[in-house]
Design a protein around this ligand. Structure first.
Ligand code: SF4
Ligand code: SF4
Length: 732
């Protein structure tokens, strides 16, 4: 070992010792913060499925590759990082000896070949990612992008470290080539040989370059260890457990979508017949009341802003960005952590848990952070502004896009639950809807005895459950389908088509009550459970004696469809629920319904969030429309998984939209840009919102918003009255 190698070895050892010590400290701190969360025992079930899903999602980059260029570049950078780690390890042998290399694999041509090409592709990948970040940098207010609000220096820092470490990998190899210490052939390592051809024959070059590479890598480790909230770096480690512990590993996609998590306290679902707000946690009022998985979610956020770029609230000028919400919760959790770890915190009655002695030497900043209300305005020092919380439509675009499977919707609804159930604090307009649900069993407050009015004037009898011997499908009409004028036409169209196709079905009539979706999404779990339990009882009676596969329900409202099919199981109701577009697609393909007259003027289709993203039903409505038109439909730029919300989900249907551009107007402009004269929908709320949007733009005479069922009925029975142009005024 020469004098240069002695110096490089000592320096490499010193900086590594400091970096490793800080990293261990940082990991312990993060673990302690995440462990402050509430239990989530269900996250440990299905370990096999979880492992498979984690490996498939990370190795295959299945979520990242939805953005193909970024996804491909990131894949090479990720693989490059893993291989880089081996090469950083190799650098420790190189600081000691000019000809040093990893034991066993370090002299193997295959290792040289693989690392060379991963390094080259990693270089290309990181340059692409750097260019994308630079092109989208939000340096001016008018340059809003997915990076708006991200901590940009951290992104640049991480990218430059990756770039420099890759470059110095080739410089080390180049010096080995120049000093004749390199054993891999030119065909396997062309770039290393090219670099070597321009470097001087300097014997110490290998060790010095290796030291620089180690210093860069260890500086990175030191910086991220001193910044435990630096998700852009930490996600390299945290993404694995975050994906492993995702809500539903069995699902092919949309793990955090579809059903909401039940309300839990101490890890157990709450039953409102026994729940006590002084003993049980009702939603989330303090950051430590999220589960540990919630705190892991917040820690894992990479600040990539994919969620933000798709969020309808953010894109229409509302204060909500799912990314900024997650970052606010993360920063608050870590700033409050010293107080919590010292024994601080409020019990369920609001009393301080820590003694004065425990808090005597507490950092004043941590104490100040602990005093901030989780939900509150800027003047109140709130972590999340109420306007942020109530802007969410629960459309799921954020969850769908997040590459590390963060479950934004669950967290938002958990915070809403506390606000509604304990604070009674929510947009006042929604109070009427909640009162109507409690007193009348429907959000409009319509009399229950008018639930069957939609059947009047049909030229066939609509049977009720109990009046017929047997039925294949229970037709769940839903409140909109029963009371809202435009949705009633969809209900009539579906009933007419089922009758035409010879499907035996029956309705509950006055036995039906609201599915509870708006109550659940606004956070009123109490009203949801009340309605849902009543419906589960009614449905279990209607299907008495039938096995699950024969307990078939068809619903026209995606919110009812989602609630009955995905959430009633939490309350003992197991049913096979289909959306009417699925059943109609089946009936057309089975030849039981035959579209004969094509729709004029072109059709575009708006995916309802609770049918599409939340339940992955994209094909069936398109099949029906394709058959009805006897041709292609024109897609909007944002369609299927990336569809843009109509603005009505998450109980937003019953709240005023006071901030920014109206979401429905944004969507209608996109739909009208296709030139189609018909905007087909599969949801009564979308129908109302888009109709409002079309009328608001004064285009009611030129463009029609109509349900897929009505489009099909016009094609199957061109003279049917339910296929009339839908001109009824909007409700809600
Ligand atoms: S669910 Fe939709 S509206 Fe809510 S934060 Fe996510 S993207 Fe935005
Ligand atoms: S998509 Fe996920 S990782 Fe990216 S900013 Fe949003 S929450 Fe964070």
């Amino acid at each position: 070992m020469g004098s240069v190698q002695i110096v490089t070895t000592i320096l490499a050892a010193a900086i590594t010792a400091v970096a490793v010590w800080l990293a261990v400290r940082a990991v312990m701190k993060m673990t302690a913060v995440i462990r402050l969360g509430q239990p989530a025992p269900e996250r440990f079930a299905d370990k096999g499925a979880r492992t498979t899903k984690m490996l498939v999602e990370t190795a295959g980059h299945t979520r990242m590759l939805k953005w193909s260029v970024v996804g491909a570049a990131h894949w090479f950078v990720m693989v490059g990082f893993i291989v880089l780690s081996l090469l950083v390890l190799e650098a420790y042998f190189e600081v000691v000896s000019t000809g040093g290399g990893l034991p066993i694999v370090g002299h193997w041509t295959v290792f040289g070949l693989v690392t060379e090409w991963i390094g080259i592709l990693g270089l290309v990948g990181i340059l692409v990612l750097m260019a994308i970040r630079l092109r989208n940098r939000p340096n001016r207010p008018e340059n809003r992008s997915r990076f708006t609000g991200s901590t940009m220096w951290q992104g640049y820092f991480v990218e430059w470290v990756v770039l420099l470490v890759l470059i110095f990998g080739f410089v080390i190899r180049g010096f080995k080539v120049a000093t004749d210490n390199f054993e891999y052939p030119v065909w396997a390592t062309p770039l290393s040989h090219a670099v070597g051809s321009v470097l001087p024959d300097w014997a110490a070059g290998v060790s010095v370059a290796a030291l620089i590479k180690i210093v860069i890598s260890m500086t990175w480790l030191i910086v991220i260890s001193l910044n435990v909230t630096m998700g852009v770096a930490w996600h390299r480690f945290l993404a694995f457990p975050n994906i492993f512990f995702k809500r539903d590993p069995q699902k092919a996609a949309g793990s955090g979508l579809g059903p909401l998590r039940p309300m839990t306290s101490e890890g157990k679902p709450l039953d409102f017949e026994e729940a006590d707000p002084e003993k049980d946690q009702f939603g989330v009022a303090q950051v430590e009341q999220f589960t540990w998985k919630g705190l892991l979610d917040f820690s894992t956020c990479t600040e990539c802003g994919r969620c933000q770029s798709q969020c309808p609230a953010w894109n229409t000028g509302k204060p909500l960005s799912p990314k900024l919400l997650v970052l606010s919760l993360r920063d608050h959790a870590y700033a409050k952590a010293p107080y919590l770890l010292a024994g601080g915190g409020k019990d369920l009655t609001g009393e301080e848990k820590a003694t004065e002695a425990q808090l005597a030497h507490m950092d004043v900043l941590a104490l100040a952070e602990a005093d901030r209300p989780l939900i509150g305005t800027a003047e109140e020092g709130g972590v999340i502004d109420p306007d942020v919380l109530w802007s969410c439509t629960t459309c799921g675009a954020c969850v769908e896009q997040c590459p590390v499977d963060i479950e934004h919707v669950d967290h938002i609804v958990d915070m809403r639950r506390y606000q509604v159930l304990i604070e009674s604090s929510f947009p006042s307009e929604a109070g009427v809807m909640l009162r109507n649900l409690e007193n009348k069993g429907n959000p409009w407050g319509a009399p229950q005895n008018t639930r069957e009015d939609w059947t009047k004037g049909l030229d066939f009898e609509v049977p009720r459950v109990g009046e017929v011997e047997d039925f294949e499908y229970l037709f769940w009409v839903g409140c909109a389908g029963a009371f809202e004028d435009r949705a009633k036409k969809t209900t009539r169209a579906v009933a007419t088509l089922l009758n035409e196709a010879g499907v035996s079905f029956a309705i509950l009539g006055e036995g039906e009550t609201c599915s509870g979706d708006p109550a659940r999404r606004i956070g009123n779990e109490f009203v949801f459970q009340m309605l849902a339990q009543q419906n589960v009882e009614t449905l279990n009676e209607a299907f008495d004696g039938r096995e699950k596969s024969k307990r078939k329900i068809v619903a026209t409202c995606p919110h009812c469809f989602n609630t009955l099919g995905n959430e009633y199981g939490q309350l003992g109701g197991e049913f096979e629920v289909v959306h009417h577009t699925q059943l109609l697609a089946h009936l057309v393909s089975a030849g039981k319904l035959t579209p004969v007259q094509p729709v004029d003027g072109g059709v575009t289709y708006h995916d309802p969030c609770y049918l599409g993203r939340h339940n992955r039903i994209f094909a069936a409505p398109r099949e029906v429309l394709g058959d009805s038109m006897q041709g292609e439909l024109t897609e909007m730029p944002r369609n299927s998984e990336r569809s843009f919300c109509c603005g009505a989900g998450g109980a937003r249907m019953w709240m005023e939209e006071k901030i920014g551009k109206r979401i429905n107007v944004d969507r209608v402009e996109e739909a009208m840009s296709t030139g189609a004269k018909t905007i087909a929908v599969g949801c009564p709320f979308c129908s109302t919102m888009l109709n409002d949007g079309v009328n608001g733009k004064g285009a009611g005479e030129d463009v029609e918003v109509v349900d897929v069922a009505s489009v099909l009925l016009r094609s199957v029975k061109p003279d049917a009255p339910a296929g009339e142009k839908e001109t009824a005024p909007a409700a809600g």
